[in-house]
Design a protein around this ligand. Structure first.
Ligand code: NDP
Length: 279
């Protein structure tokens, strides 16, 4: 049976460090501040924004919310981002995705000043990674691996999924940690043959129970990023947890896994941004 890497424990560890970092900034007269922009009234987005604001308050940080109507035009949104970019009391800016269809997400995301891009979407994962604001979900996975003492150097890491917000930055972070990385996607041939070679397998596909036990090597570390709704509306991952747990050496559950890390990493990025902007 695999050891279960629980997001709650890792997130608590990250957040207790964030709390200490907030206290150190407050002592210097700097209150870390996150500005959240919500365009439209998507109910799920509203819940996510609410949770982010709550977490900021819990940690002694400021948060600002800008709720704009769904029909907001690009220039108006870009003008707000420019204003927040120039505001020295705002350290982190995030635009809750998805945006209404008429707005180009790439244009909007790239408008956020890289030093304030706490979602990490403009991150280059430079040689000096300490200065980068890493994309939250893949950075959360890296924290989980570190917490579980999983060494990455020299390991074959297979990432299934190549999106800009999860798969690609995930692969880049594993590569930076000296893993030997393979990225798979919907055009990959003989996928199971590749996933079976993984020492560390990361599933970021968005298909319920897509990774089955026959796709996993005995003793592999399996990280499930997927968040899907089952027939009964329950949240389920990309990995067939029950079957894969018997084969893996370590595994993350869904819910209770990677999902809990994302908001913790957002808070960590915001405090890091505030510290970097107030050296
Ligand atoms: P996307 O839909 O943007 O990307 C999915 C990726 O999976 C694509 O690269 C796609 O390939 C690949 N894929 C689809 N079908 C197959 C297949 N049959 N075989 C191999 N690869 C396939 O999703 P995201 O990256 O945004 O998210 C992935 C999952 O992670 C989702 O369930 C999402 O809800 C979840 N998520 C969870 C977060 C968290 O906090 N836990 C945060 C963000 C996302 P191709 O590029 O060829 O189309």
């Amino acid at each position: 049976m695999a050891t279960i890497i629980r997001g709650k424990e890792v997130a608590e560890q990250v957040l207790s460090q964030v709390k200490a970092d907030v206290a150190a900034l407050l002592a210097r007269g700097v209150t870390p501040c996150l500005a959240v922009i919500l365009v439209g009234d998507d109910p799920a987005s509203r819940i996510y924004v609410g949770k982010k604001k709550e977490k900021c308050a819990e940690l002694g940080m400021r948060s600002l919310e800008f709720t704009l109507p769904a029909e907001t035009q690009e220039e108006e949104l870009l003008a707000l981002i420019a204003k927040l970019n120039a505001d020295e009391s705002v350290h982190g800016i995030l635009c809750q995705l998805p945006l209404p269809k008429h707005l180009d997400e790439q244009t909007i995301v790239r408008a956020v000043a890289p030093k304030k891009d706490v979602d990490g979407f403009t991150c280059r994962i430079s040689a000096d990674a300490r200065r980068d604001l890493m994309p939250c979900t893949p950075a959360g996975v890296m924290e989980m691996l570190a917490y579980a003492n999983v060494s990455i150097a020299g390991k074959h890491c297979v990432v299934v999924g190549r999106s800009n917000i999860v798969g690609k930055p995930m692969a880049a972070l594993l590569l930076q940690a000296d893993g030997t990385v393979t990225i798979c996607h919907s055009k990959t041939r003989d996928l199971a043959n590749i996933t079976r070679q993984a020492d560390i397998l990361v599933a970021a596909v968005g298909k319920p129970h897509f990774i089955t036990a026959d796709m996993v090597k005995e003793g592999a570390v399996v990280i499930d990023v997927g968040v899907n709704r089952g027939a009964d509306r329950k949240v389920i991952g990309d990995v067939d947890f029950e079957a894969v747990e018997k084969k893996a050496s370590m595994i993350t559950p869904v819910p209770g896994g990677v999902g809990l890390m994302t908001i913790a990493m957002l808070m960590k990025n915001t405090v890091r941004a505030a510290a970097q902007q107030n050296p």
